[in-house]
Write a protein that binds this ligand. Sequence first.
Ligand code: OXD
Ligand code: MN
Length: 599
Amino acid sequence: MTIRHNRLRAWVEEIARICEPDRVHWCNGSREEYAEMIGTLQAAGSAIPLNPALRPNCYLFRSDPSDVARVEERTFICSRHRDDAGPTNNWADPEQMRRDMLASYRGCMRGRTLYVIPYSMGPIGSPIANIGVEITDSPYVVVNMHIMTRVGSRVLDQLGEDGEFVRGWHSVGAPLSPGQPDSTWPCNPDLSKKYITHFPETREIWSYGSGYGGNALLGKKCHALRIASVQARDEGWLAEHMLILKVTPPSGRPHYIAAAFPSACGKTNLAMLEPTLPGWKVETIGDDICWMKFGPDGRLHAINPETGFFGVAPGTSMRSNPNAMRTLRRDCIFTNCVLTPDNDVWWEDMTETPPPRGIDWQGKEWTPDCGRKGAHPNARFTAPARLCPVIAPEWEDPAGVPISAILFGGRRGAVVPLVVEARSWSHGVFLGSIMGSEMTAAAFGKVGTLRRDPMAMLPFCGYHIGDYLAHWLRIGTRTSADRLPRLYFVNWFRRSADNRFLWPGFGDNIRVLKWIVERIEGRANATETPIGRLPTPESLDTSGLNLPAEDLHELLRFDVDGWRGDISDIEKFHASFGDRRPAQLREELAMLAREIGAL
Ligand code: OXD
Ligand code: MN
């Protein structure tokens, strides 16, 4: 392959000099390359082929037990000034970090191949898309990037001789000495040696020691969120942790909705929802990341920068997400799932009856009653988006889709009602800034405690969170109010006094989408409250649900005592932004506090 881009070629040569790989391979993105790479992984014992009669062209991988998820404590934003990383990121001095990481990178690819992956986030040539190049020594990363992004020669053509690109440098950090047998999941098992580092000013990502998910597939969280959020701030657009869906009412006029939820709150399920209301249709544009730019019509137009779904497997079932299950029938990669006796995959809650036995994610014999989970809670599928039976035909439209509404959601057992409409853009930004989730797994804090997660960007915003919210407020001044998406706060997880979920969720979330669409079209009623506009009970379609009136009342109740209890926590959280706390958010909070007598 001739590389016409001199800066790119020189960068790859420099990295090869430091990492000392045995070979360099430029990825062309072809199907043959994918097959060849899978062949290599199979020969190494890393890729376990699944039963071709049940799941053709699908493979299972098992990670090292030390390398199973994103590592937030080892994720760094190395901006020149500490203040630019803000209170929600780990900052490290860029020069010191470069020195430390260079010491790790020296010779780290010995015995391995260095792969160069040119990729496009977004349809190639779209004015909303952006190009990156990832260097990696992991063929597992290559095959996953093939599914998750647009890879190869087409991207190099688009880059031309001098195009700009985000530089991603990844190594699993496990050099091989001559004759040393490789492990099936090479990585550096020592957490203190893992680094997921971002240099926002120079648009660089340096990742070392982990081969898992967002740590290693650099197009996703590192590029499309942390680096892109900085590009978006500088250039006046939005790079967000949001799904994008298309909802079509019986009348036939579709709306496009984006929605931010923290990790593991059901974004993929909502993106592929199977509506329970007759005549309503939901199609998917994306399930995790949304880039939005103003179009010539003054509206925000969104693309899904990815081409695949890297979804959490446990909990995915024909009940929770039938369209995901249908997507997973062929050409997929599974990581850390159970291998069943008939060479298929399984995970907790996939079926009511588990397989009688299997091999668990650690490669050990497993039975449902052995006391251990078979799949790791963060087991994943990597699935091509084009295989989703409800992918919208326009999902790759380079112009993007015009967004009518943006939802902010979290997992709150109390306080936050089922749905509330913001009064204005700045009020909506306020609601987005206070969203959060009660922890269900100990991964990011104590179970049951509330982790505030503004716009679901807490682990993904590449700069100061106060500046990020100020950027959102500024976006609201860039066009006329009627061109901006309407903003909503949603909560599927509200519980009763006896701890039942009050809302059925899943396919019945269409009822909330219906109310939102009818609000946008000026056809649904709402009641003004200090936290925004709540549906009147009759305006929410609960037909056929058998939802007790008390439950509906509770779901749509403005819980004044609950909100009073939240005020000081919100104040503390916003105060942590220091002098970068936007004045408008201070005013929104003061107004809420005044109205509910919490001052
Ligand atoms: C993800 C996440 O993997 O948000 O999408 O953690
Ligand atoms: Mn995510």
